[in-house]
Design a protein around this ligand. Structure first.
Ligand SMILES: [Fe+2]
Length: 295
């Protein structure tokens, strides 16, 4: 069994990774959390099977189709898909479930909070520490799920905890944006798994980093970092997008590059808290729509 590993003191995490804008992979950070031991299709089916959830399908052209279904039905479809895949059927012969993607899980099912611990205080700015769980976005989906190359829309820092299954993250620094076929504010057309160098000749010479996260691992991804994410197995994970005073102020430098109005608004709310020090409890209700914002 993997032991919990976190040997970075507060100053080195803040300066060497958050401050220096470098990704960090912490092995086994959450291995001992109950969520890592308990969460899975059966656990969710027993507790919340009758609930209605909204899932997403990512189409080739970049459109995102929203679907609504009973969680129990979704989980049955997920199990069926993984059974068919493990029996050797090709992915295109199986009915692929959608992706339960980017959902504020602790607001939907607050009873799940008993399964998680608080993050070490040095990992998050003080603004987020008390109510960190309000900012959590949850992901559950089948093996082979792909989120194409993008950066996180508010240009926040991102802490992701992998709960179940493995994912491969491909990371490229913000300086690569203009070489990766930017299409809209945060989406990019180059496929790092099979880059088309005729279409994207400037991609050649970039040096993407690939990281495989396993259950219990924590991944820190700096603001503006491009990431392409593929699930190698059926996966559960969650992340927190957070700003620091520096990242929120910096985000406005990109306002002229097609930043959506909603992003400007959510970053303005974050600025009121992180820079002007208005209390988090007063601001959260204005920020909360971000957790269901699809962009
Ligand atoms: Fe992302």
């Amino acid at each position: 069994m993997e032991t919990r590993y976190f040997a970075i003191d507060s100053s080195s995490f803040r300066t060497d990774f958050v401050g220096a804008r470098l990704p960090l992979h912490i092995k086994g950070y959450g291995s001992q959390w109950n969520a890592s031991k308990l969460w899975g299709a059966d656990y969710f089916r027993q507790r919340f099977g009758e609930s209605s959830i909204q899932t997403k399908r990512f189409e080739r052209g970049g459109n995102i189709i929203l679907e609504r279904e009973r969680l129990g039905d979704y989980l049955d479809g997920l199990d069926r898909f993984e059974r068919e895949r493990s029996s050797g059927r090709r992915p295109d012969q199986c009915e692929r479930p959608a992706y339960w993607h980017d959902v504020p899980i602790f607001q939907i099912f607050p009873e799940l909070l008993k399964d998680v611990q608080s993050f070490d205080p040095e990992l998050l700015p003080g603004y987020y520490r008390k109510n960190w769980h309000q900012y959590v976005q949850f992901f559950m989906g089948p093996s082979g799920s792909v989120t194409k190359l993008h950066f996180d829309t508010l240009r926040t820092h991102n802490l992701t905890l992998q709960i179940q299954g493995r994912k491969v993250w491909t990371l490229l620094p913000p300086a690569s944006h203009e070489k990766c076929g930017r299409t809209r504010w945060r989406w990019f057309d180059v496929d790092p798994e099979q880059p088309d160098l005729h279409r994207f000749p400037d991609y050649e010479g970039l040096k993407p980093i690939t990281v495989i996260v396993e259950p219990g691992d924590l991944l820190y991804v700096p603001p503006g970092t491009l990431h392409h994410v593929r699930s190698l197995d059926a996966c559960i994970s969650f992340n927190i997008d957070f700003h620091t005073p520096h990242s929120v102020l910096s985000s406005f430098r990109f306002a002229h590059k097609g930043m959506p109005r909603e992003v400007l608004y959510f970053n303005f709310i974050s600025l009121l808290g992180l820079v002007l020090k208005l209390p988090e409890r007063a601001l959260f209700r204005f920020y909360k729509p971000y957790l269901n914002y699809v962009s």
